[in-house]
Design a protein around this ligand. Sequence first.
Ligand SMILES: [Zn+2]
Length: 289
Amino acid sequence: MLTYLTLTAGLFGLLVGSFLNVVIYRVPIVLMRGWRRECKEFLAEDSGVQFPEESKDEAAFNIAFPRSHCPSCKKLVPAWCNIPILSYLILKGRCLHCKVKISLRYPFVELLTGIATAFVVYQYGLTIEAAAVLVFTWTLISLTWIDIDHQLLPDSMTLPLMWLGLLLNAQGMFTDIHSALYGAIVGYLSLWSVYWLFKLLTGKEGMGFGDFKLLAALGAWVGWQHLPAIIVLSSLVGAVLGTLNIVLSGQDKNKPIPFGPYLAIAGWIAFFWGEALLNHYLQFLNPTV
Ligand SMILES: [Zn+2]
């Protein structure tokens, strides 16, 4: 029964992953168009500069419109090419029309979402808790890739994630409300302090405000007790993946690397294994207990 449920959840997760690919691609575009529009309106009011009107398609762009098309040849992607993983394999990773290479990233996000979804349902069964943890997981996956692509963690995702964590923990779903509340506050302030310290010492900005909000959201879900683990883990993951990235792709080490993905991975690990990590750590400090 449990394996059947887990498998179904995994397949459902693949479909959600396919949707997350759309979210990852489109949410930043919608945001940036909105900012550009605001800038133009401000400039038009402030200095009377006139800007050309947006095209109809540009103005109507959202999560669902227009339908998916190849970014290279602009042709519509037929429905059968939207089957997670399978379509990618059948098309051998190329566009049906123009044969341009499709990034391996799309099936990867689908697979990752599928596995994570199966894991959550395996842990929580068909419960309201599972639904909550799935929202948590899917949001973190989307945030991770948006941050990788654009060095951006949209407020429209980090803040609702934090409110939802607080709301659920007001009922004591994953931790008590005090732990969640202090988790959000301390999460925000800890990175905020690091940011200002780093800025005062080096004159550079080491991270963005999105990172503070993401850690606040994670704190609201896991409680303040697990924040140290998240910071240590994200630094470790960041050091390992960052070094790998520089070695493998020869990337400039002065180029800013987004911190959001490491926070998201560490936060997810802390959500599931934070308690165990904390106990190990306390035992390590005081072996007699
Ligand atoms: Zn194409």
